[in-house]
Design a protein around this ligand. Structure first.
Ligand code: 0GY
Length: 307
C-alpha cells in the first residue's frame, strides 16, 4: 500500500487488505469506538514531529471496513502521526453522514473558535498520550489547562499509557474534571497473573473512580500467544481474554471496544479485522454485555442526544 510523498517507517506492516467476514454478528447500531485515518499523505501531510510514518489509510477505506464488518458507526481517534493537525480526522467526520465522532489532539494555543469548530464537526474528546515511543513530553499543567477548557463542551479525555506508568500518572488522571477513557486496558502485561499487582492497580482505578472508562481493545498488541486461528477455530489472542472479560463483567457500563484499524506500529503480524471482531463474544459472553459494550456505552459517550 502506498504512502504518497512520504517514506513508510521500515518494518511497518500494511493493514490487512481482505479481512474475513466475522462469524460473530454485531448487534444493530454497533460502534467501532477506536480507529484512525492516516492521510492520505498527499492530501493531509503527516506531522513533522511524528515518530513514525504510516501507510495511507483513507476515510473511504475505513468506511468500507465498517460496512464489511457490520458496524454502524466509528469513533475516529487522532493518531500521533498527524500531531495536532486534526484535518484528516475532521474531514472523515464531515464525510461520514453523521456516522462518525472524533477524538482530537489539541495544544494549549487552540482558540475557543477552533474548539467550537471541532465540536461542530463531531469531536467529543481529546487524547493525551504518554507513550514515549509516540510523543514528546507535554507538561502536565498544559494538559490540565486543556482539560479545563474542553470540560464545558461536554467532552472527555482519552488517555494512552503503559501499565508500568500508572502509579506515577494516578493523581493526574484522578484530578481530571471530565470522564476519562483509558485506551487498551491500560496496556497490561498479560504474562502477569490477572490477580497480580499490576492489573489489580488498574482495576482499583476503575473501582474507585466512576468517571473512568476503558477500551477493552487491542488484543493483537497485548498478546504474547498471538493470533493462531487453529483448525478453523477463530478464538485468537487467548491470553488477553481473561483481562478483557474481567473488565467487561465488572464494569459493564464503562467499557468500549474498537478495532484500532489501521493498526499503527505493528511489525510482527497484522490482525485480520474479521478475526478481531470474533474476539468480542469471548470477552462479552451475553447478549446484554455485548449490547452495552458495542452500542449503549459508546452511544452514551459519543451520541448522548440519541442514546
Ligand atoms: C493505537 C496505538 C498506537 C498508536 C497510536 O496515535 C498513535 O500513533 O495510538 C501504538 O503505537 O500503540 O491506539 O493506535
Amino acid at each position: 500500500m502506498s504512502t504518497e510523498g512520504f517514506s513508510k517507517t521500515p518494518g511497518w506492516l500494511d493493514w490487512y487488505a481482505n479481512p474475513s467476514k466475522p462469524h460473530f454478528t454485531l448487534p444493530q447500531g454497533a460502534v467501532d469506538a477506536h480507529c484512525h485515518v492516516f492521510g492520505p499523505g498527499a492530501q493531509f501531510p503527516y506531522a513533522p514531529q511524528r515518530k513514525y510514518t504510516p501507510c495511507d489509510a483513507s476515510k473511504q477505506q475505513l468506511f468500507a471496513l465498517r460496512d464489511h464488518l457490520g458496524f454502524a458507526r466509528n469513533v475516529i481517534v487522532q493518531a500521533t502521526c498527524h500531531g495536532a493537525d486534526n484535518r484528516a480526522m475532521v474531514d472523515a467526520l464531515l464525510h461520514s453522514g453523521g456516522r462518525a465522532r472524533g477524538v482530537a489532539t489539541v495544544r494549549r494555543e487552540v482558540s475557543e473558535q477552533q474548539l467550537h469548530e471541532l465540536h461542530a464537526a463531531g469531536v467529543r474528546g481529546v487524547r493525551f498520550n504518554f507513550l514515549k515511543r509516540l510523543v514528546d513530553f507535554t507538561p502536565r499543567d498544559e494538559l490540565l489547562e486543556i482539560a479545563a477548557r474542553i470540560a464545558p463542551l461536554g467532552w472527555h479525555v482519552v488517555v494512552y499509557f503503559e501499565a508500568v506508568d500508572l502509579p506515577e500518572l494516578w493523581d493526574f488522571f484522578t484530578a481530571l474534571p471530565t470522564d476519562v477513557v483509558v485506551d487498551h486496558m491500560g496496556r497490561p502485561d498479560v504474562r502477569q497473573p490477572l490477580e497480580g499487582p499490576q492489573f489489580a492497580l488498574f482495576v482499583r482505578l476503575l473501582s474507585e473512580h466512576p468517571r473512568i472508562w476503558t477500551k477493552v481493545s487491542c488484543p493483537e498488541r497485548l498478546s504474547v500467544s498471538g493470533p493462531p486461528a487453529l483448525n478453523g477455530e477463530r478464538a485468537a489472542y487467548r491470553d488477553v481474554v481473561p483481562f478483557a472479560r474481567y473488565l467487561v463483567e465488572h464494569f459493564p457500563d464503562r467499557v468500549l471496544w474498537g478495532t484500532d484499524w489501521p493498526h499503527p506500529n505493528l511489525k510482527d503480524h497484522m490482525p485480520d479485522d474479521g478475526l478481531l471482531v470474533d474476539f468480542i463474544p469471548h470477552i462479552a459472553r451475553t447478549v446484554e454485555l455485548q449490547r452495552k459494550l458495542l452500542v449503549d456505552n459508546p452511544m452514551r459517550l459519543y451520541w448522548p442526544e440519541e442514546a
